[in-house]
Design a protein around this ligand. Sequence first.
Ligand SMILES: Nc1ncnc2c1ncn2[C@@H]1O[C@H](COP(=O)(O)OP(=O)(O)OP(=O)(O)O)[C@@H](O)[C@H]1O
Length: 258
Amino acid sequence: MSFLQVQDIHHTYFTKASVTTALSDISLTVEEGEFVSFLGPSGCGKTTLLSIISSLLKPTQGTVLLENKPVSTSKNEIGYMLQQDYLFPWKTIEENILLGLKLSKRLNEKTKLAALSFLSQIGLKGVEKQLPKQLSGGMRQRAALVRTLATEPKLLMLDEPFSALDYQTKLKLEDLVSRTLDEFGKTAILVTHDIGEAIAMSDRIFLFSSKPGKVHKIFEMPEELKRLSPFEARNHAAFQGVFQAIWKEMESLEPRKY
Ligand SMILES: Nc1ncnc2c1ncn2[C@@H]1O[C@H](COP(=O)(O)OP(=O)(O)OP(=O)(O)O)[C@@H](O)[C@H]1O
C-alpha cells in the first residue's frame, strides 16, 4: 500500500457569482521517502489539491489516505514550507523554531536540543536570539525549514518555497532542502511553476493541465539525475533532455499565441 493515496478527487468551488471545477478525476500515489513535484500553469488547482491532501479543505468527491488513514489536522502529520516564511516578527528565531513543538505540547529538553542543533547544522548558529528582520531572505527560509522539521511531520508540503529568493540563494536552498529531506528520510510534495526546479529536486513530476485541473502526465526522473544533488542534476547531460520533454508537453497544453 502506498504511503499517500489520493483517490478519485473532484473539487468544485461554488460562489454566488460562479461555479468553478478546480480539480477533476485526480488519482495518484506517493511512496514513503519519495520527493514529487506538482508542476503546472497558474490556476490548474495545485494549491487546491495541497489543501485537500492536508485535510484543510474537504473535496467535493474522493478520499486521501496517509499510511492508510485519513489525514488528521491535529497531529502535525503535515509540515509546510511556503513562499513566505511566516516567522513571527516579534519572536526570536529560537522562539519561532520552537513554536510548533510548544503548541503541540512536545517541547522538552531533548526536542529543543535537536531543533537547536539542526539550526546550527544548516549554518544558522549564533542567530538564535535575533529577530527575523535581522536575517536575509535565505536565512529566514532556512529557519522556517528548521521550524517545520522540528515537529517531525510525516509529509512535507513545499508550496513554491524558493520563488521569492534570488537565483543563487534559491539554488543553494534547493540543495540544502534536498539533502536535509534525504537525511531525515522525509516524503515531500513540491508545488512549483519552475520546470528546472522540479527536475532538479524530484523523483517524479506530476504535470497538471487546467480547466479543470487534471494530472496530464507523470514523468519519472532518470536514475542518474535522482542520485545527484539538485545543483549537480542541473549540470548533468540528462537534464536538458528531460527539460525539453516537459517543455514540449507544456507547450501542447497551452499553445503559444505569439
Ligand atoms: N476559494 C475559492 N473560491 C472560488 N474559486 C477558487 C477558490 N480557490 C481557487 N479557486 C479557483 O480554482 C481554480 C484552481 O485554483 P488554485 O489556486 O488551486 O490553482 P493553482 O494551480 O494553485 O494556481 P497558482 O499557481 O496561480 O497558485 C482556479 O480557477 C481558481 O480561480
